[in-house]
Ligand binder design. Sequence first.
Ligand SMILES: [Zn+2]
Length: 97
Amino acid sequence: MMHTCPECGSTEIVPELLVFADEALIGQHPPYVKLVEPKPEKAPFIWSPKSVATGFRAAICGACGYTRFYTKHYAEILEAHKKGYTSQAFDLKTVTV
Ligand SMILES: [Zn+2]
């Protein structure tokens, strides 16, 4: 959590801001990251990967405009990362990455 601006030293920080994307006209779906479980070697015939996802908040310095993005779900993201979950495109056939 940012309490003091690393750029100017101000403590006039505006936290807890949602980060939105331009194309999210309906529903206000903010951008997010998603980590997906790797497929195990002996996956059952019907298998769907577990995943964790988080959006971002922004904190903006009210004195100079410095902006930091952060998530409140860092513990879940770290746990998934340690289990080998990775960030992946949803559908490689239709999504250009
Ligand atoms: Zn500042």
